[in-house]
Design a protein around this ligand. Structure first.
Ligand SMILES: [Zn+2]
Length: 107
């Protein structure tokens, strides 16, 4: 069928327009041939956003949890902890993108 595409990782049959496999989450567009450069770039951009977002989330959560519950710093107000955690989020976002870049280089 022309409107379906089989996932190369788990053989799940999905729509040909799916960017990712619903079952295993692998990126299908990279596997597919004949897609335009713009389409591929769009998925790369989405990957960067995704990794950056996950990294930022964990960076924020880790720093906030550390300061608030583990290091319990009496000299830091909640507001200051939040400010430091935002720094952690930025670092996490950068780390996520670097991870993605390292992963791409491995192909
Ligand atoms: Zn799959």
């Amino acid at each position: 069928m022309p409107d379906t595409m089989q996932c190369p990782v788990c053989n799940h049959l999905g729509a040909a327009t799916d960017v990712r496999c619903i079952q295993c989450g692998s990126t299908l567009i990279h596997e597919a041939t004949g897609h335009s450069e713009g389409y591929r770039k769009a998925t790369d951009y989405m990957d960067a956003r995704l990794y950056g977002g996950i990294g930022a989330f964990f960076g924020f959560a880790i720093v906030a949890t550390l300061l608030k519950f583990i290091l319990v710093s009496p000299w830091l107000s909640d507001r200051e902890i939040y400010a430091v955690a935002v720094g952690g989020a930025i670092a996490g976002g950068v780390a996520g993108r670097l991870l993605l870049r390292a992963k791409r280089r491995g192909y």
